[in-house]
Design a protein around this ligand. Sequence first.
Ligand code: PLP
Ligand code: COI
Length: 340
Amino acid sequence: MEKKSIDWENLGFGYIKTDYRFVSNYKNGAWDEGSLTEDANVVISECAGVLQYAQTIFEGMKAYTTADGRIVTFRPDLNGERMEQSAERLEMPAFPKDKFVEAVRRTVKANAAYVPPYGSGATLYVRPYMFGSSPVIGVKPADEYQFRIFTTPVGPYFKGGFKPLTIRISDFDRAAPRGTGHIKAGLNYAMSLHAIVDAHNQGYDENMYLDAATRTRVEETGGANFLFVTKDGKVVTPKSDSILPSITRRSLIQVAREYLGMEAEEREVYVDELKDFAECGLCGTAAVISPVGKVVDHGKEICFPSGMTEIGPVTKKLYDTLTGIQMGTIKAPEGWVVEV
Ligand code: PLP
Ligand code: COI
């Protein structure tokens, strides 16, 4: 298979149309078989549930070329599981996890020419999503749904790669207690658009959202979980019912414990203790682990000792181990790396 002629090394995080996408429709209480298509357009009713009441959920994952030239995905079963949970919360029919994993495999395989080569720094981003497609005008769930998967080759989510980010504490909230912060619903991202535009306009890379009830605890950013390293070398990640259960974060906790012999804990993290951490990073499929150098709390700068020029040493070790597992240079735990 010949790779497409793309400048892999200089890709940003954007959309490039690839050849095939997977489509399956839910009608009369059942999903059809689903198939690959070359048609990138979606045609739905002007009154579709997704257009009127934002009934849409998605996932984000990546396909990698390993050092020995295989194409793999990382823990796709967990994305399938999380999508089932997202569907349940928005009264949508689950697209079964096993069918999800198989559909991801087929879509990536069909677009193999777009999976960036090993060592290029780029990957193939995979975006499964589902939306209410039938007309809805009273506030209720749609009767019909479409599940799709497209792929797009991507480079780093943040320009500048390993250059530490500057984050501000946001005055906007992302998710309510007992709301939808823990699922991957489009509505959560719509909520964050004004806050991110405002943050960029003020010169910040991202927002740190706090818990909406007390505004004393760290939650996450618009597209990644936080990871901290204490001065005595412990990995800490915020625990909350209103953040997305990041697959990258859950994997990194296991990597820290089992590969690096470090202590790692998930617990509530208070804004007041930010000044005590040695390192900070954002973790997620798109972000991988992006270092944070500074958090700005209403003009007050909280600078991590790892500084503004380089990724912190522990964050770097976590990054190297995780990406080594994903790219096949470090042995993966059973079931983590799935060949397409
Ligand atoms: N938090 C939010 C809000 C996200 O959008 C994402 C991205 O998927 C994450 C965290 C990271 O999750 P994962 O590691 O499963 O990609
Ligand atoms: C991902 O990391 O896959 C996401 O969905 C985050 C998004 C902001 C690109």
